[in-house]
Design a protein around this ligand. Structure first.
Ligand code: FAD
Length: 445
């Protein structure tokens, strides 16, 4: 098989497409703009401590079928550890800990029982939560065109249960504020999470830095099958040929002027990067994509002189900081010296704060939530701001997200932001890579 497939982007989507196509014997070249693979899910070594820091803590779910298969294929699944059953601990500003702990019952009973056992919710809150459960099974589409907050209000959900349960879940999965996030997308998440197998919502965490989880494995897999991974290789433009009314992409011009010819091109770059690749003739056609916006995530990594919690991770209620991850407990074999990673999703209000402002806020709030943190001395801090962490899941973005196949038969789109039916997550990225690979290989056989 001599056809060459050029894949632009070395994140989860591009690597998943590369792995799937190499496995089927196609000649793959992955182009990555940066000097390393991983896109928006990577890790690096903090020089001062020698610890591994993720660009933001990532959680996986047991329902991430495509991701799990991808990691299994590249022989890295053992680096991810899943809970035996879904459980999330929450800490509130009274320092009380309550768990959303789902017993081994058939779905959705497991989730409803988990909710029933949660402290901090009134009996009325819990009873009314059943309305959300019932709405999931209904065909009527109260969620369509509604925001998360409007939809939950229409189902009688109180501010208390929104703040303590629904919003933390919505913000974590959609990375957008409930006042503008799409209810249809949250419903999709809830459908998958609570209507399938009772372990669908079990959380998986990488025991190694994110880059070590998949980038080398994917590289080896592709290179072992004759493919090529080129880092420091920024695609500058797609080369378009128009002959007798037929349009095709003949290849890609790199930023350094090099031209790569290809039979197929998969763009697995984020939307704005993809738009920059377009020749003038195609810009109008893809103009709607310019209205896709992104939403930021801020991570505040804190190193203390002593352990501050035994929990692996916890949702934080009533504070600006939303999640804490105890890296000592999470990373096996690593010397994560009392490192706590704090995450703020949908961080529109925080992404422009200074390092000092973020660290002071995180420290104050952490000390309010966790008594053990009050006497702990902060040794070091490091902020990672991902300004374009994910697609902003507004009501409008649902209908703008494009399908993989474009109007040009040999140009295919991938990336978490494409219309996979899932929120922009790792699973969406890997699924999009698989869809793109299926489209290409079905034509090349
Ligand atoms: C802080 C943070 C926390 C997150 N938490 C979670 C989580 O808990 N769970 C979850 O499932 N998801 C999470 N996500 C989302 C997840 O990281 C993304 O959905 C996923 O990594 C997207 O992969 P992708 O391949 O679609 O895109 P990307 O990772 O963005 O990959 C695109 C690649 O294309 C490259 N590129 C761009 N332009 C060019 C060009 N012209 N030429 C060559 N290369 C180019 C980029 O450098 C990049 O490497 C999080 C994201 C962030 C930022």
């Amino acid at each position: 098989m001599g056809e060459r497939v050029i894949i632009i982007g070395g994140g989860f989507a591009g690597l998943a497409a590369g792995v799937a196509l190499s496995e089927r014997g196609h000649r793959v070249t992955v182009l990555e703009r940066r000097s390393f693979l991983g896109g928006r899910a990577y890790s690096f070594v903090d020089q001062a401590t020698g610890d591994i820091v993720d660009n933001g803590q990532h959680l996986f779910m047991a329902c991430y079928e495509n991701t799990i298969n991808f990691l299994r294929k590249i022989n890295r699944l053992d680096r991810l550890k899943f809970q035996s059953r879904p459980r999330v601990d929450f800490i509130d500003t009274t320092a009380a800990i309550t768990a959303f702990d789902c017993p081994p019952l058939p779905a959705p009973l497991h989730a409803l029982t988990g909710l029933m056992k949660m402290r901090g919710l009134t009996f009325g809150d819990k009873l009314r939560a059943f309305r959300v459960g019932r709405a999931l099974g209904k065909k009527s589409n109260g969620w369509s065109g509604a925001t998360v907050s409007a939809w939950l209000t229409s189902l009688g959900q109180s501010e208390n249960i929104k703040t303590r349960f629904w919003y933390p879940m919505a913000i974590a999965t959609l990375n957008e504020n409930p006042e503008i996030a799409s209810a249809a997308m949250l419903k999709r998440v809830l459908d998958i999470a609570f209507q399938g197998s009772s372990t669908n919502t079990s959380i998986g965490i990488s025991r190694v830095g994110l880059s070590d989880l998949y980038t080398d494995g994917a590289r080896e897999f592709i290179e072992d099958r004759g493919g090529e991974i080129r880092t420091d290789s920024e695609a500058a433009s797609l080369l378009l040929e128009q002959k007798q009314g037929l349009r095709r992409i003949t290849g890609v011009e790199l930023k350094n002027g090099e031209i790569l010819e290809g039979d197929y091109v998969i763009s697995a770059a984020p939307p704005q990067a993809f738009l920059r690749l377009l020749p003038a003739e195609l810009r109008d056609e893809f103009a709607p994509l310019t209205s896709l916006k992104s939403s930021p995530i801020v991570s505040i990594n804190l190193w203390f002189d002593r352990p501050v919690t035994d929990l692996e991770f916890a949702g934080l209620i009533g504070t600006n900081i939303q999640w804490l991850f105890n890296k000592n407990a999470i990373c096996t074999g690593a010397n994560q010296a009392n490192q706590i990673a704090i995450v703020i999703s949908a961080a529109h209000d925080y992404v422009d704060c200074t390092k000092e402002e973020l660290v002071d806020m995180a420290l104050d709030e952490l000390r309010e939530l966790i008594p053990e943190a009050r006497n702990a001395k902060l040794l070091r801090s490091r902020i990672v701001k991902e300004r374009e962490a994910t697609l902003s899941h507004t009501i409008e973005s649902d209908s703008i997200r494009p399908l993989a196949q474009t109007s040009i038969s040999n140009l295919v789109l991938a990336g978490d932001w494409t219309r996979t039916g899932l929120p922009a997550t790792i699973e969406s990225a890997v699924l999009s890579g698989n869809i793109a690979a299926d489209i290409v290989s079905s034509r090349l056989i």
